[in-house]
Design a protein. Structure first.
Ligand SMILES: [Zn+2]
Length: 315
């Protein structure tokens, strides 16, 4: 079974600079998938994941992460036309929100504010000027040393450039979430006004009405945490339970239906996260491709990023 993870689908001229695909490409990939594999519905996924039968090898399931409004607008008509039912994984902090989270500020600064090298330079300069405990030699090294420093970090994601992997290595290795917030708030203020921020938030974030539309068209809506932390596995028990329960309740209040699907932010999962997810009332969970086959099957449904599809679908 090929479970596929899409993020931003848009044709908006400036927003599409964030890693995304256009609706034509999505439709092309769906046509190709349908010609090779059989589609599964959310009900199929639930029955198969909690049961003992193997997932059919020649099947696929579509999922859409990260609460993007343009993804809903672009994907719903295409899914309807092709008679497909998928799952939209929503992190709830941004529903109907008119200012950007740190996660989105990062995305906007990386991809919408000029060349990537410029972003990387600003990031290193701002981080070092705010926190002198950061390792200066690693933050100021020349490009030809990136590979030696990061090793195989995130090398499994073939769509990241070396610069992107180096940036993520610095962020994930040396910078705490609190520092991250200060750094990106500072960088964002230097480049965007608050009214630009509001326009971006309105254009990017899913609304309660869109959630209702997704539900009325027969798709599942799944939890994807409340604030989209880098990894649920790194949270203490209280925060882990809040991320899982609060987000589930917020979606359930809007759609007046139970939320049983979960996708772990960045795919990171372990047995403690699974136990907490079960306690919160989720029935299945999506990770990314990994070899942790000792985990509960229903809570370790592997997904592939759609950016990897061209490799084996030739689209
Ligand atoms: Zn996500």
């Amino acid at each position: 079974m090929l479970s596929i993870e899409y993020h931003l689908v848009t044709e908006h001229p400036s927003i599409k600079r964030i890693p995304s695909i256009g609706p034509e490409k999505l439709e092309l990939q769906i046509q190709k998938l349908k010609s090779v594999y059989n589609p599964l519905t959310p009900d199929d996924i639930l029955a198969l994941s909690v049961g003992t039968k193997e997932y059919p090898k020649d099947s696929f399931f579509l999922t859409f992460d990260d609460s993007f409004a343009p993804t809903v607008d672009c994907a719903l008509p295409i899914l309807k036309e092709h008679g497909l039912k998928g799952c939209f994984f929503v992190y709830t902090e941004v529903i109907g929100r008119s200012f950007l989270t740190t996660l989105e500020k990062q995305r906007v600064l990386q991809y919408m504010a000029g060349p990537y090298e410029l972003f990387l330079e600003n990031f290193k300069r701002t981080s070092l000027s705010l926190y002198d405990s950061l390792p200066k030699d690693i933050f100021t090294c020349s490009q030809d040393r990136y590979e030696a420093i990061i090793g195989s970090y995130l090398a499994e994601w073939s769509f990241y450039t070396l610069e992107e992997r180096y940036y993520r290595f610095l962020r994930d290795t040396f910078i705490t979430p609190d520092q991250c917030e200060v750094i990106f708030t500072t960088m964002f203020k230097e480049r965007f006004t608050s009214s630009e921020e509001k326009d971006l938030a309105n254009a990017l974030y899913i609304s309660p009405d869109q959630l209702l539309r997704i539900k009325s068209e027969g798709h599942a809506i799944g939890g994807h945490s409340h604030s989209h932390p880098f990894s649920l596995t790194g949270l203490d028990d209280r925060n882990l339970s809040h991320e899982l329960i609060h987000s589930k309740e917020l979606i359930e209040q809007i759609i007046e239906d139970e939320v049983t699907f979960l996708a772990y932010p960045n795919g990171h999962v372990d047995n403690r996260v699974i136990d907490e997810a079960k306690r919160a009332g989720y029935l299945c969970g999506f990770s990314t491709i990994n070899d942790l086959c000792t985990l509960d099957r229903a809570f370790n449904i592997p997904r592939r990023d759609a950016a990897d599809l061209p490799k084996f679908l030739q689209v």
